[in-house]
Design a protein around this ligand. Structure first.
Ligand SMILES: [Zn+2]
Length: 557
């Protein structure tokens, strides 16, 4: 195993090499050598995934490097080919009448996932998928082109974030005024893109035999153990338990600040003393994170040391580097990689608490038998990351300083709760959109405005005319690029907050349950993983009641 990022070498596949590898697997299957075929396929998939991760990471590390751009373009052009070959193998395996034999050799859950995968792809939609990628890329580049002059700086959309939570109310208002002026100016084009995306997705669903895009969207996310009805019940629980709590929290904040009303541009400023910031810059935070993980658990501590010393962290902002943050992995090697851009705000701390959660899960589950089990489906993967955000709470003095630790924990908890109504609103909106594919753009704005009144009745846009008329959803990239994905964060948040409650009562037991969940990786579907960690499924009645009670008492509302 490579324990140094610089040593990772992933050979570049070609159309011919992919076809040859798949022909060899097919030949093994012809001979009835199922175990050997599965092993050869797993090796091929690990090699391909490691190469693809590396190419996309190298591009993100330097978006201006000509060789990195060429490699990324090549990888993107090869991806549909690889998917087609992979689906062909899955189809062939699943066509075998001996399903029990296949499940014994490959794992019952893997077989369930493949069932999902083959139902989402057919060569008949290949051109539509390319068109979908093109439309999504157009939306992304519109957003990337946004530029704002504020506080004597020129910033992009993510650069607006610190201004949107500035302690000075006029600065926050100015940040939101500029943000929504941008969306007002580009709204018609964004409406056109989304209109085309909805039509295209509805059309693909029809070609694959679905009535609407919704069931296809669920299968794309490999959801094998719940559907839209369960998700609707969860949204209802958020409305019943969390919406009143968030309303009380905002009223508490209004009184604390002495505001007349809580306006939209006030919502991001949680702390009257100013949202707590990291106590230092990159090198300081990395050293503090090492101390924090060492204190928490020797497994967390030694894994973080390995990542840091092996060069598996790239966290500093620099020219030419892509924005955002993510955790990626190289399944031939086992050690994941964390990519981020420090901004000097509390979001930097999330790199060590959220992305490190993803990385630790991927590391702990590296010995799972097949590549399908290395990552869970997204709603379960986000438990591993969001739970670590809460499990690190007792050590936040190391990241923000002892005086700000309580304030940080409070801000983080309020942020987690306030996110839920917005998150389920984004989900509900998409269910209505794909149930009514012939709606006009104006009708979609009306849908959003209606749902927003339901889930976030406190929202007061003041003089921000564009979001006041139902345009806020256009700023949410997931609505364009990752349909139905957003609810995953809210399902995971419900589970992560249960870890918070547990760790307040018994931190050692909570950390043990967390580590065991990470080690299970993606070997089971969401519901089973949740149960195995001793958590209440978000789809069960009362999943949020306990958490909300505890939060209300801690936050004094
Ligand atoms: Zn995440």
């Amino acid at each position: 195993m490579t324990l140094c990022f610089a040593d990772i070498a992933a050979p570049k596949p070609t159309r011919d090499s992919l076809s040859a590898a798949h022909a060899a697997i097919a030949a093994l299957l012809d001979r009835g050598a199922l175990k050997e075929a599965l092993a050869a396929w797993d090796t091929a998939r690990r090699r391909y995934d490691s190469w693809s991760s590396l190419v996309h990471l190298r591009f993100a590390q330097n978006t201006t490097d000509a060789a990195a751009i060429a490699d990324r373009d090549y990888a993107d052009s090869l991806a549909p080919e690889a998917t087609e070959l992979e689906v062909a193998i899955k189809r062939r395996l699943l066509a075998d009448p001996n399903r029990a034999g296949l499940e014994a050799a490959a794992g019952a859950h893997a077989v369930r996932l493949w069932d999902c995968d083959i139902a989402t792809f057919d060569p008949a939609i290949k051109a539509d998928l390319e068109e979908e990628a093109r439309l999504t890329a157009r939306y992304t580049s519109l957003l990337a082109g946004a530029s704002f002059d504020i506080g004597g700086q020129t910033v992009n959309l993510s650069g607006l974030a610190p201004f949107a939570e500035d302690p000075n109310r006029a600065v926050r208002h100015e940040a939101e005024r500029q943000r929504w002026a941008f969306f007002a100016a580009n709204g018609a084009e964004m409406d056109g893109i989304y209109h085309d995306l909805v039509r295209l997705r509805h059309g693909m669903a029809g070609k694959l035999g679905y009535e609407t895009f919704t069931p296809l969207g669920y299968k794309n996310l490999r959801r094998v153990d719940y559907g839209p009805d369960e998700v609707a019940r969860y949204r209802e629980q958020v409305r019943e338990h969390v919406v009143p709590l968030v309303a009380r929290l905002l009223e508490q904040r209004r009184a604390a600040f002495g505001w007349d009303k809580v306006r939209y541009w006030d919502e991001a400023l949680v702390d009257p003393a100013g949202n707590p910031k990291p106590a230092g810059e990159h090198d300081y935070l990395v050293a503090q994170a090492q101390t924090m993980f060492d204190r928490m658990d020797p497994r967390l501590g030694s894994f973080f040391r390995l990542m840091n010393e092996g060069g598996f962290l790239d966290l500093k902002n620099r020219p030419g580097k892509a924005g955002g943050g993510f955790c990626t992995s190289f399944p031939t090697e086992g050690v994941p990689f964390i990519f981020a851009n420090f901004t000097g705000t509390h979001h930097d701390i999330g790199v060590f608490t959220h992305e490190m959660g993803h990385a630790f899960q991927n590391w702990e589950s590296r010995n799972q038998p097949g590549v399908d089990y290395l990552w869970p489906t997204m709603e379960a993967a986000e438990i591993d990351s969001m739970a670590l955000e809460f499990l690190t709470h007792p050590h936040m003095d190391l990241m923000v300083g002892p005086d700000a630790a309580d304030r940080f924990r409070r801000m983080h908890l309020i942020g987690a709760l306030a996110f839920l109504p917005y998150g389920v609103c984004v989900d509900h909106f998409q269910h209505e959109v794909y149930a009514n594919p012939s709606a006009s753009p104006a009708e979609r704005h009306a849908i959003w405005a209606r749902l927003e009144r339901m889930y976030m009745p406190w929202t007061d846009y003041g003089d921000l005319a564009y979001p006041a008329k139902g345009g806020r959803w256009q700023a949410k990239q997931h609505i364009y690029g990752s349909p139905f994905y957003y609810i995953d964060y809210t399902l995971a948040q419900c589970c992560a907050m249960q870890f918070w409650v547990k760790s307040r009562r018994d931190p050692t037991a909570a950390l043990e349950a967390y580590t065991a969940l990470c080690a299970r990786g993606g070997s089971a579907p969401f519901g089973e993983l949740v149960r195995s960690a001793g958590l209440v499924s978000p789809f069960a009645d009362g999943a949020l009641a306990d958490v909300v009670r505890e939060a209300a008492s801690v936050l004094g509302v």
